[in-house]
Design a protein around this ligand. Sequence first.
Ligand code: ADP
Length: 248
Amino acid sequence: DTGKGPVLYLEDVSVSFDGFKALNKLNLYIDEGELRCIIGPNGAGKTTMMDVITGKTRPDSGEVWFGQLINLLELDEHQIAQGGIGRKFQKPTVFEQLSVYDNLELAMASDKRAWKNLFFKISGEQRDRIAEILELIRLSGHRERLAGSLSHGQKQWLEIGMLLMQDPRVLLVDEPVAGMTGEETERTAELLVSLAGRHSVIVVEHDMAFVRSIARKVTVLHQGSVLAEGTMDQIQQDPKVIEVYLGE
Ligand code: ADP
């Protein structure tokens, strides 16, 4: 509990595909500035949950609120992205032929100008923010390198940096450490922990050691709803959770 109130609020959200309930009355409350991990076996509904939050999938029933006042079901995918919910997919999608710095600069402009005019001017303040983010994602020493020449882990960090340029209130991150080395995994843990507070961060991840290293609160999804919620210690002792994971 960050004491700042909810930033995201899903109530009784259900989604069916051909009669199959991918989400079944899902309830989820995320506090402002919180770092939350979502785990659950394959097919539990984790991706569908992220699709609902980002407006990619419309629920059949239920409510989705952003802050206290914004009904996300009234906004489309684009408005939700512009309105402060960033999503990091598993595969990094950086511009390989551009430098690290140019990737960040482009991300700052988002679709407001960059696609129409690659030569727009950024302010000193924006340049300071890019420097800050380069530091955060540990790429200050690589700013002129082509993004295509970075390691897998560095590309993931760059993409997180690109999302940060929009200063999202909520950041959804899908399996951030898949394919990373041990050292990259540790650095990613530090990065995500450092983002919480300023942003609310929701991480979907299979790597339990990683989840343990970053999360204060973990939500276990199963068959489209919340099976358990608590600290990693609480969850690992929960008989319902043990049964689901042993039965996998
Ligand atoms: P997870 O990300 O936890 O593995 P998903 O949200 O991807 O779970 O999927 C939940 C269930 O919904 C799965 O059984 C999946 O097969 C089904 N599902 C997801 N998306 C679709 C879709 N577009 N059409 C039909 N079934 C889907």
